[in-house]
Unconditional design. Structure first.
Length: 61
């Protein structure tokens, strides 16, 4: 691990959509969902990007 704090990863690149409005909006737009559908999916699946993207693709049909 780097001794330089600015070069350390905080692990957030794997997790996403933690309730920030712009992230929910981006996710919804990306998959053609409403903001409410995106929020519900995040609550159901969790914050893992890969799992969310897969679940959104399944939801769209």
């Amino acid at each position: 691990m780097s001794d330089i704090k600015s070069k350390r990863s905080n692990g957030s690149c794997i997790r996403t959509y933690a309730g920030h409005g712009y992230e929910v909006t981006y996710f919804a737009r990306k998959h053609g969902l409403t903001r409410q559908q995106a929020r519900d999916l995040i609550r159901k699946v969790g914050h893992d990007r890969t799992k969310l993207n897969e679940a959104a693709m399944l939801l769209k049909g």
